[in-house]
Design a protein around this ligand. Structure first.
Ligand SMILES: Nc1ncnc2c1ncn2[C@@H]1O[C@H](COP(=O)(O)OP(=O)(O)OP(=O)(O)O)[C@@H](O)[C@H]1O
Length: 370
């Protein structure tokens, strides 16, 4: 493979990585494979309990792996202590020492390494300057805002000069306004520093805003890896389409398709015989400002699959509005329909003691023709 076609170097390579917390329980992480490009922003995304934090903790060295390998720049770090890996972790609560100044918090790990006070203060001061916190270096965490504490936490993580920064729900302690502001800062820092960031979140919006690469996890497995655009516009499975939101899943005779709710078409029912589209009625009309979100129920489809939504621009809704109870027809352009695959399945021949493969229920769902 020549330099042009070679994939970018993987900062982190995860090979068949597994974690089983206790014998007889399903694995929290089940033989996952993942390559994270050097200098990229990777978000591990998924519902509560899907294994994303366990994966991050194994990369950090805060949790042992039950099987598989973790490589950092081709160096196998699976069994190295956390401090020897070249990674640093930034936690949800920032985990700053309340009795220490910002400067001493940042300098703390250098103190542990026996570095002189003047040297560690110089390096910590430089890093605090870098995150625009130099003027508040003597303040204690309790005297800083959430966003300022986050910058101190970042400086503290960076003082060990990691190759990879691991972030476990770093924005969830912040209020919504600050979360969006700090999200933009994280992204800027990552690009400026040129480090690889691996960020765990359960928020689709956060992952889409930040990630070069999104990794959608479910039930200890990886469902899909791709750019936010790829994952949102080409969900690989029903799980991804539903988890990402903004999609309707339709069961057709030859399988499942996802259609974005802003690409799903609605028209008034005329009552004429042979009308095209799927019959439905409007159950909700929600004004959202720029958009109006219509909730609908498809006629003749099993209840668990009949609820869908259509997102109309305010302008389109003004041209033709819809009211609760109104009969309509639902359709889409073929180009906008994404065929869904069965989703991730557990490695063949393994007994995991966990729930059955999602293939079986999905096949049953697919059989429910509209
Ligand atoms: N220390 C532990 N001992 C036993 N089981 C654990 C432990 N930590 C996590 N688990 C289990 O492993 C599975 C994956 O947990 P994990 O914390 O990795 O999920 P997560 O996707 O990060 O969820 P959340 O968003 O809620 O933090 C869950 O079923 C969880 O209950």
């Amino acid at each position: 493979m020549d330099a042009v076609t070679a994939p970018p170097p993987a900062a982190v390579e995860i090979v068949a990585l597994s974690k089983r917390y206790a014998a007889g329980t399903p694995p929290a992480v089940d033989q996952i494979d993942l390559r994270i490009a050097s200098g990229s922003y990777c978000c591990l995304l998924g519902p509560s309990g899907c294994g994303k934090s366990t994966t991050l903790r194994m990369v950090a060295g805060h949790e042992s792996a039950s099987g598989g390998d973790i490589l950092l720049d081709n160096r196998n770090i699976t069994n190295l202590p956390a401090a020897a890996r070249g990674t640093a972790m930034m936690f949800q609560s920032f985990a700053l020492f309340p009795h220490l100044s910002a400067l001493d918090n940042v300098a703390f790990s250098l103190k542990m390494k026996g570095i002189s006070k003047s040297e560690r203060h110089k390096r910590a001061g430089n890093l605090l300057e870098r995150v625009a916190m130099g003027h508040l270096a003597e303040r204690k965490p309790g005297e800083l805002s959430g966003g300022q504490q986050q910058r101190v936490a970042l400086a503290r993580a960076l003082i060990t000069e990691p190759r990879v920064l691991l972030l476990d729900e770093p924005l969830s302690a912040l209020d919504p306004f600050l979360r969006i502001q700090m999200r933009a800062e994280l992204r800027r820092w990552q690009k400026e520093l040129g480090l690889t960031f691996i960020h765990v979140t359960h928020s689709q919006e956060e992952a889409m805003a930040l990630a070069d690469t999104m990794v959608v996890m479910n039930n200890g497995l990886i469902e899909q890896v791709g750019s936010p655009h790829q994952v949102y516009n080409h969900p690989a499975s029903e799980f991804v389409a539903r988890f990402m939101g903004g999609h309707n899943v339709f069961a057709l005779n030859d399988g499942l398709v996802a259609v974005r709710n802003d690409h799903t078409r609605i028209s008034p029912a005329t009552g004429a015989a042979g009308e095209p589209g799927i019959p439905a009625h409007v159950t909700d009309v929600e004004y959202q400002g720029t958009y109006v979100l219509l909730g609908l129920r498809l006629t003749g489809v099993r209840p668990e699959r009949s609820g869908i939504s259509v997102l109309l621009s305010e302008k389109d809704f003004a041209v033709r509005s819809y009211a609760v109870g109104e009969s309509v027809r639902i359709s889409w352009a073929e180009l906008d329909a994404r065929t869904l695959g069965p989703g991730a399945t557990r490695p063949a021949g393994r007994s995991n003691g966990g729930p059955p493969s999602r293939n079986a229920p999905l096949a049953a769902l697919a059989a429910m023709a509209a």
